[in-house]
Ligand binder design. Structure first.
Ligand code: TXA
Ligand code: MG
Length: 344
């Protein structure tokens, strides 16, 4: 199969929608990362998504809608809290877990009673979903276990030849995946930090519980599974702690590794890149530490670039847990697969 590259104009959207209606797969841009889209109500298309990604069947998919008014097509019940959240954050990077509606194939929800739903922000994405005339199931458009794609070239690197088309909308503005919030629990529960911050959710809802992997501070409940998520090929270490001490740790580790003949990559903010420029390391500056939006936007592309050069080690510095930094920490913790060093 030759993967077509479609432009995000009326003709490109129409062509992409026709492919989706025919049960084919089309990758498309959202504000977070590119999604691997297929007709969420067509079991064959859903099966094709799992096959193209190499994703295990027990990992459920997010369903994307053009408008919150379409929720009854996929959710069995829409609690009042959804209106509050939708008014504040949709379209946008918030995924809500609700009771699964009968029209949604069980494969989408990995057999479970709940369905994850969101309304993505880019007009191109919503125009595509509207033109397809059906909700789109879309995981991130990478092979299972790889880094999520933030531009069309990343999608082609992972899925070229395996999907019908990619709609090229340029780089995605947020750069890390959506926040996943479970509304089927007594208290709304954060399952994955992402583009909408925990602080913003708490300001609106009051209590928000930390669930699943998040509750364990990124500790791996089932390492065999999670270790493969967001993981580069190189061994990645994340250092958490006071800025000066963490930077000193990066310096010492880089010097020791280099002395041992191991090539080192550094995934760090601009300040560190400047202060560590004397090291014989391959440095990917992520932007100013204070501009966490810039860091998040660049994170996955920088990780891919570093990884492509196959350093023995990638060293990264944590930037805290306020706002989007919580999502950045979560993804780096997963990429580190447990190799997290806590200082001070
Ligand atoms: O930003 C995003 O969310 C991107 C774009 C394409 O929308 N999509 C994305 O999909 O990141 P994916 O499949 O890579 O991650 C979906 C996450 C997984 O952690 C999955 O376990 C969780 O959402 N999820 C999906 N359905 C769920 C459900 N019913 N209950 C709990 N978690 C669910
Ligand atoms: Mg993913």
């Amino acid at each position: 199969m030759v993967t077509q590259i479609l432009q995000p104009d009326a003709a490109g959207i129409a062509a992409a929608a026709a492919l989706l209606r025919a049960g084919q797969l089309v990758a498309f841009p959202t504000e977070t990362v590119y999604g691997l889209g297929g007709d969420a109500l067509n079991p064959a298309a859903v099966a094709a998504i799992f096959a193209a990604k190499g994703r295990p069947a027990h990992d459920p998919l997010i369903v994307h809608l053009a408008d919150a008014r379409d929720l009854p097509r996929v959710a069995a019940a829409v609690p009042p809290l959804v209106d509050t959240l939708a008014a504040a954050f949709w379209p946008g990077p918030l995924t809500l877990v609700l009771a699964r509606g009968p029209a949604v194939p069980r494969a989408v929800t990995a057999g479970g009673p709940t369905v994850a739903v969101r309304v993505p922000a880019p007009p191109v994405a919503r125009a595509l979903i509207s033109a397809a005339g059906t909700p789109l199931a879309a995981p991130s458009a990478n092979r299972f276990g790889h880094t999520s794609p933030t531009d069309a070239a990343h999608v082609l690197a992972d899925l070229g030849g395996r999907i019908a088309a990619v709609l090229d909308g340029g780089p995605t503005p947020i750069g890390v995946e959506s926040t996943v919030l479970d509304l089927t629990t007594p208290v709304p529960t954060l399952l994955r930090p992402g583009g909408v911050s925990l602080e913003a959710l708490r300001a609106l809802l009051g209590e928000v519980a930390l669930g699943g992997e998040v509750a364990q501070g990124g500790a791996l409940a089932s390492p065999g599974l999670l270790a493969r998520h967001y993981a580069p090929q190189s061994e990645l270490w994340l250092v958490v702690g006071p800025e000066e001490a963490a930077r000193q740790w990066l310096r010492e580790q880089a010097i020791a590794a280099t002395a041992a003949g191991r090539r080192v990559g550094l995934l760090v903010p601009d300040e560190d890149a400047a202060l560590l420029a004397d090291l014989a390391a391959d440095i990917e500056p992520l932007g100013p530490a204070a501009a966490i939006e810039v860091v998040a936007q660049r994170l996955y592309a920088a990780l891919r670039r570093l990884d492509a050069r196959h350093p023995a080690l990638i060293l990264a510095r944590d930037l805290g847990e306020t706002g989007l930094a919580r999502a950045v920490r979560d993804r780096l913790t997963r990429a580190a697969a447990g190799r997290v060093v806590q200082l001070g």
